[in-house]
Design a protein around this ligand. Sequence first.
Ligand code: COA
Ligand code: HC5
Length: 649
Amino acid sequence: MEDGQQKEKVKPLGFLKPSSMMTVSSRFKTHQDSLPRLPVPPLQQTLDHYLKALQPIVSEEEWAQTKQLVEEFQTAGGVGERLQKGLERRARKMENWLSDWWLKTAYLQYRQPVVIYSSPGLVLPRQDFVDRQGQLRFAAKLIEGVLDFKARIDHETLPVEYLGGKPLCMNQYYQILSSCRVPGPKQDSVTNFSKTKKPPMHITVVHNYQFFELDVYHSDGTPLTSDQIFTQLEKIWNSSLQTNKEPVGILTSNHRNSWAKAYSTLIKDKVNRESVHSIQKSIFTVCLDAPMPWVSEDVRRSQVAGQMLHGGGSKLNSGNRWFDKTLQFIVAEDGSCGLVYEHAAAEGPPIITLVDHVIEFTKKPELVRSPMVPLPMPKKLRFNITPEIKSDIEKAKQNLSMAGRGCPVSAPHPPPPTPSMIQDLDITMLMFHHFGKDFPKSEKLSPDSFIQMALQLAYYRIYGQACATYESASLRMFHLGRTDTIRSASMDSLTFVKAMDNPDVTEHQKVGLLRKAVQAHRAYTEQLPFLQAIRGEAFDRHLLGLKLQAIEDLVSMPDIFMDTSYAIAMHFNLSTSQVPAKTDCVMFFGPVVPDGYGVCYNPMEAHINFSVSAYNSCAETNAVRLAHYLEKALLDMRALLQSHPQAKL
Ligand code: COA
Ligand code: HC5
């Protein structure tokens, strides 16, 4: 075995102590308290790894310059030491020195729209219904499935998850339901209503831009059955047939500062305030979407991805959302289904565990028909639209889905029209069917590292150079841990991708370089999340911590955060994430830089679902092209390994 295998296993929370001895909530607390705290890695280790990670992506001159700055930064008694001490103090005082800072930096203070720029989407396998009846039946079953999962959260009976043999922090599961992001003028917040005195008993349903509060529990606390939910959904449908309503939800798609301003205007009105509060407080949202325009099967997948990520525009389903809501399921009449989720509260994996549960649940046949009890009409959430609010809605529509603002076309040299957010998104799906995790495993290679190296090869073949590459890595083995960064571009990966198309390098040598590059990536992953703080390679969150500590403690920013190398290192042209699921679904998100790509993948045993996103406004990027090169890279790498079976030993 070349490298350690990470086994994801589950054990029920009850394994910690005999369950009869403990209350349910103490089991959860005991588990959480037993998790290690996120340490602060040694300063020198982080700086060494930073310099190492820069090598494949900056010039020799830039590297030499940075090396000098790093040396100055870490001189005894210097700025580095002072910041490190500050961080260590913070770590002693807090449950997790990073989590608040990360929440603010990565999400709440990020002012770009959540749509495309932050919220990921997911497409579920297409369901076999083609009409409204089927749509509502499926939506009802899905809602029942989520409530079934919610019972496990509420009773704290969710099994503890494991990664690499380590138990994981389960806190994120308690953040994904009954929560919502709330815009603020400089910084947003996330409110979670699940632990309030009166936790919500309702979900939000949206149809034709009209929002409804649907109670999903009876007064005795039992959840409605899917038959009962179906009846309620029919009532909602029939009382929202008008298609001329103001798409008030589209406000949530705007730039956060604009939305925060519009929000304060919107909630001045009591009726509006109550409606917004009901949406924010609801357990989750279900969007019953109008059909999307017909397109060929080829472009359909991308269209559905767009439908999940942004709704398709103000004339289609973008008004059928409340993008600040943590979890929104989307069910369309033509069988397209999926979700979009607001990222601040949680990472993808807890959402996927929920999805896997729900999809299994929807497959269960209905054994007994539940009695039809009279249920009240779901409450319609009303909005009073003043001229000011109408104007805010128009601006949000413009930004999201209407091109060409600003300068009149009659001007002597009109600038090219600004594409709307939706026009700017270039997204494609790659359903890679030639092999899945099975092939790299048969070669005793980590599938994730193999895929990352294929991405490095694809990128290099297009651009002739490596770029700063981000891969999400879980820090959930620590209490309240979220993510760190695996930097997939290494000197080993660069040597391999350069060799791959070099006729002077023998096939045998290429096999060796491929394996070495895959192993280097695996080493980064394994030693990563501060687990072996002495040898770990991840440094990104520590470096961020030092920078934020500098903002708190110093009057000027240390030079290492101001030089070109740092800017290059943080400009992730490739932003990637593996999110494995049992369900055969595809997930996606937008690039994090204007000239970059977002790549998400779900490796299944015998195939891999990829999504690739880019921006149309960047002439140098093209999602279909990268997807095509990625497919070729995966196939070439397999062919190389298969042509040299002896190299396995
Ligand atoms: N030989 C044979 N099999 C191997 C192997 C090897 N050398 N190395 C790994 N494998 C096996 C593993 O045992 C595992 O088996 P399974 O399919 O039975 O579970 C499988 O291959 C997958 O392992 P690998 O591809 O190496 O990935 P991983 O599961 O270790 O995941 C990360 C790597 C970085 C994705 C993971 O550590 C992580 O952090 N995941 C969370 C990412 C995240 O949070 N994303 C969302 C952000 S919102
Ligand atoms: C349903 C798939 C969700 C994947 C989301 C994801 O990977 O988000 C990353 C979170 C992190 O902290 O690394 C961020 N990223 C999309 C920019 C990679």
